[in-house]
Design a protein around this ligand. Structure first.
Ligand SMILES: Nc1ncnc2c1ncn2[C@@H]1O[C@H](COP(=O)(O)OP(=O)(O)OP(=O)(O)O)[C@@H](O)[C@H]1O
Length: 188
């Protein structure tokens, strides 16, 4: 049984139909890379899957909790990273320290989120998804701003999450540094 199923989904934004007739199943243990040119609707699709944007047509079925990481770091900028992540992990029942360690940012726990660099913020938003405990991870350009170590940590986190029965849908212009992902090309 898929964790997420889309039936015949269409997306319309700003008066333009971006895509239609999209059928998608995200199964436990699957990693799916979402590709397509700028503006085709990848971020919009992630928001539809997350329930943040209504589909223009079609049906979306969610059988598990969903966590989305996009360009906006969804953390309190004034708080130290550890407390900001801990707040959400506390609500979600996840482990902020383990998530920070996985993304190599444990040493930044006392640094205000606003002071973090671009790549550190990206690592923090991935850590928030890790700490969410949600089976479904939606990642929008997760490699943006990440150095080689960050990319390797992201790949390891994705592989571990899939091995634990999670599913990952990642919109990325660069291939994720891991094997076994399936491709969904919105531009095809
Ligand atoms: N809030 C909005 N109102 C109207 N149109 C929007 C809105 N948000 C996005 N769009 C339009 O929807 C289209 C698809 O945007 P989206 O961000 O989903 O594309 P994308 O495939 O993720 O692009 P990129 O590769 O550049 O990140 C774009 O033409 C964009 O201008």
């Amino acid at each position: 049984m898929p964790l997420i199923t889309l039936w015949d989904v269409a997306c319309r934004r700003g008066g333009r139909l971006l895509f239609e007739g999209l059928n998608l199943r995200l199964y436990e243990g699957a990693v799916t890379e979402l590709r397509g040119p700028n503006g085709i609707g990848k971020s919009s699709l992630l928001r539809i899957v997350a329930g943040l944007l209504p589909a223009y047509a079609g049906l979306v079925e969610r059988r598990a909790a969903v966590a989305l990481a996009d360009d906006a770091v969804a953390l309190d900028m004034r708080q130290p990273l550890g407390r900001a992540l801990g707040f959400w992990a506390g609500l979600d029942g996840g482990d902020a320290d383990a998530a920070m360690a996985a993304m190599g940012i444990g040493h930044l726990a006392s640094v205000p989120v606003a002071w973090l660099s671009t790549g550190q913020r990206k690592r923090a938003s991935v850590a928030r998804v890790i700490a969410s405990g949600a089976p479904v991870w939606l990642l929008d350009e997760p490699l943006n701003g990440l150095d080689q170590d960050g990319a390797a940590r992201l790949a390891a986190a994705i592989v571990a999450h899939a091995a634990n029965g999670g599913t990952i849908l990642a919109a990325s212009h660069q291939p994720l540094p891991l094997t076994g992902a399936s491709l969904l090309d919105l531009g095809a």
